[in-house]
Ligand binder design. Structure first.
Ligand SMILES: O=C(O)c1ccccc1N[C@@H]1O[C@H](COP(=O)(O)O)[C@@H](O)[C@H]1O
Length: 210
């Protein structure tokens, strides 16, 4: 199976185009003001316009008010929503859009229970838990905590980079991987060479004999 790839936190249309050309399946736009990757609606429109067909544009929100999300949706053509806060199933569903529900892997998280509670999600996106920061931290979590069988696809994230993503895929067999910090030269600034290296690592792992 091919592992799908999402590159998150893009703010430069050129980087979005490059990621898509190299083989990314999705690019992420961060609508969370406190993030070093936060993007304005105007810039998001420019990045989204650079994304070629058959590549998804994903909007990331962290406990954003409904009105704010609707304001973004009116102007930015998002294919998928990513909820990275404490949103309830109803709060995720009310836009009538496909969505990913992020799970921060703090002690005691029950992924089976999550999968049932968020059964309307397209996937659970698993990220490291770092107190006080909602995500995009560059931290990993213990991949051994992911149950082998879950009734919902998994997007693996949290501290991935070109050096560790192959092992991550071997150990967890996710539907997709998602990266932000691991393809940056400095915090919040994407490095095109790292984007390419990350995508190549995933592609290499996918064709490796079992
Ligand atoms: O990217 C951000 O700044 C961000 C802010 C708030 C919530 C989530 C955020 N990013 C997501 O976090 C994970 C892990 O990112 P990293 O590779 O460890 O930096 C990923 O799903 C991003 O989409």
């Amino acid at each position: 199976m091919r592992t799908r790839i999402k590159i998150c936190g893009l703010r430069d249309p050129g980087h979005a185009k490059l990621a898509a050309q190299e083989g990314a399946d999705a690019i992420g736009l961060v609508f969370h003001a406190a993030s070093p990757r936060a993007i304005s609606i105007e810039d998001a429109m420019r990045v989204a316009a650079a994304v070629p067909p058959f590549v998804m544009t994903v909007g990331l929100f962290v406990d954003a008010p409904e009105s704010e999300i609707r304001r973004v949706l009116e102007r930015v053509p998002l294919d998928l929503l990513q909820f990275h806060g404490n949103e309830t199933p109803g709060e995720c569903e009310r836009f009538g859009k496909p969505f990913l529900r992020a799970v921060r892997m703090e002690e005691g998280v029950d992924l089976v229970e999550y999968a049932h509670r968020f059964s309307s999600a397209k996937a659970l996106l698993l990220d490291a838990h770092v107190p006080g920061v909602p995500g995009g931290t560059g931290h990993r979590f213990d991949w051994g905590r992911i149950p082998r069988e879950l009734p919902i696809p998994i997007v693996l994230s949290g501290g991935l980079d070109s050096g560790n993503v192959g092992q991550a895929i071997r150990e967890t067999r996710p539907w997709a991987v998602d990266v932000s910090s691991g393809v940056e030269g400095q915090r919040g600034v994407k490095d095109p060479a790292k984007i390419t290296a990350f995508i190549r690592s995933v592609q290499r792992e996918d064709v490796r004999p079992a």
